[in-house]
Design a protein around this ligand. Structure first.
Ligand SMILES: NC(=O)c1ccc[n+]([C@@H]2O[C@H](COP(=O)([O-])OP(=O)(O)OC[C@H]3O[C@@H](n4cnc5c(N)ncnc54)[C@H](OP(=O)(O)O)[C@@H]3O)[C@@H](O)[C@H]2O)c1
Length: 323
């Protein structure tokens, strides 16, 4: 289990409001079993946490259960998670404020990674906020709401599906400037094509790529392979297929249930173990609002797939690169 540095300090933070002492109980897990990978200058455990779901329904505040949201964050960090993914536009502001309330002052090894290029209107609609000056403003909003001087990394989250060109160069330049001025340690790219990555690495070091990727949607496989060849962290978003209200091809898959029975795991754990098994540069950030699912997800670090399981999953969820 992780050395918390100063457990009394964490206890003071995580036990300071209406929360009970049991919030600090670290989840019985072996996070080390999944190993770690470099996220720019940060070394992080491969199993992290995506905080988006804490914002509330439709990622728009208020949270369904604010106290449980705080407990989830405390339990994640107490259990050894040292990579949290967020964005100021989750809520908006809500998720960053929860992270601040639960965890500030942050453990020195906690990499908080955010993203910019979107904002919310009063009805919750997601709007682009992706002009260079808006990207800069987005970084500054994150710093303020998280109480940080510097973020471990910030992803430029492309909103418009445009091909790489001068607009992309100008957006990237805004992040390079922020990094050179010390506001962020590393630059990430999100919702991109392989061509964006190839253009970006000519201009700057890229520390992570965050795209939709899971068992049921492997359209970013070529991008993943490019990241593998360049030792860039690949962070699949929606690793469980974000069920929302509709049928989820991953969590309801009879193949995963069947495989889970054989390997002593739940479908969610198999889906996460598959990603961990796929490549060493994959960093997971599954999202949840509950400590029960957090514990389940953390425990996937120790699940090992055998060749038979790999073959069964490859047959059931064939790779389909983007055309
Ligand atoms: N760059 C981008 O554009 C982008 C887009 C989307 C997301 N993200 C990031 O990626 C992170 C992960 O994606 P996500 O949260 O959207 O999707 P996800 O991790 O695929 O799925 C989260 C959903 O799965 C449920 N869940 C979690 N653990 C479970 C378990 N063990 N068993 C059954 N259900 C479980 C959660 O419900 P409960 O709350 O009930 O557990 C939640 O509804 C986000 O939190 C966010 O930080 C980035």
């Amino acid at each position: 289990m992780r050395d918390l540095g100063n457990p009394l300090e964490l206890a003071a933070r995580c036990g300071s409001t209406k929360r009970s002492g049991s919030d600090l109980t670290a989840i019985d897990s072996d996070l080390d079993a999944a190993g770690s990978f470099q996220l720019g200058s940060w070394r992080v455990n491969r199993l992290g946490y995506g905080a988006m779901q804490l914002a509330g329904d439709n990622v728009f505040g208020p949270p369904r259960d604010r106290n449980e949201a705080i407990r989830v964050l405390c339990a994640a960090v107490s259990s050894g998670i040292n990579h949290i993914d967020t964005a100021h536009y989750y809520g908006p502001g809500v998720v960053n404020e929860l992270i601040y309330e639960a965890l500030y002052p942050y453990p020195s090894d906690l990499a908080i990674v955010s993203k910019v290029a979107a904002r919310r209107d009063e009805a919750g609609a997601v709007l682009p906020y992706d002009e260079p000056d808006q990207l800069r403003a987005g970084i500054e909003e994150n710093l303020v709401t998280l109480g940080l001087d510097r973020l471990a990394a910030v992803n430029l989250r492309l909103m418009d599906g445009s091909t790489p060109g001068r607009r992309f160069d100008a957006q990237l330049a805004a992040l390079v400037k922020a990094r050179d001025e010390g506001l962020i340690d590393g630059i990430g790219l999100s919702n991109i094509s392989k061509r964006h990555l190839l253009r970006a690495v000519d201009e700057s070091e890229i520390v992570c790529v965050q795209n939709l990727f899971n068992l049921a949607d492997q359209r970013s496989i070529e991008l993943l392979n490019e990241c593998i060849s360049r030792d860039i962290a690949f962070v699949p978003f929606c690793p469980l297929g974000w069920p929302r209200e509709r049928q989820n091809a991953i969590l309801t898959s009879p193949i995963l249930s069947h495989l889970g029975e054989r390997l002593g795991a739940t479908p969610a754990q198999i889906a996460l173990a598959w990603l961990l098994d796929l490549a060493p540069n994959i960093l997971l950030i599954p999202g949840t609002r509950t400590r029960r699912h957090l514990a389940e997800n953390i425990q996937s670090a120790a699940i090992r797939l055998d060749d038979e399981a790999r073959a069964e999953l490859a047959r059931a969820f064939p790779t389909t690169p983007a055309s």
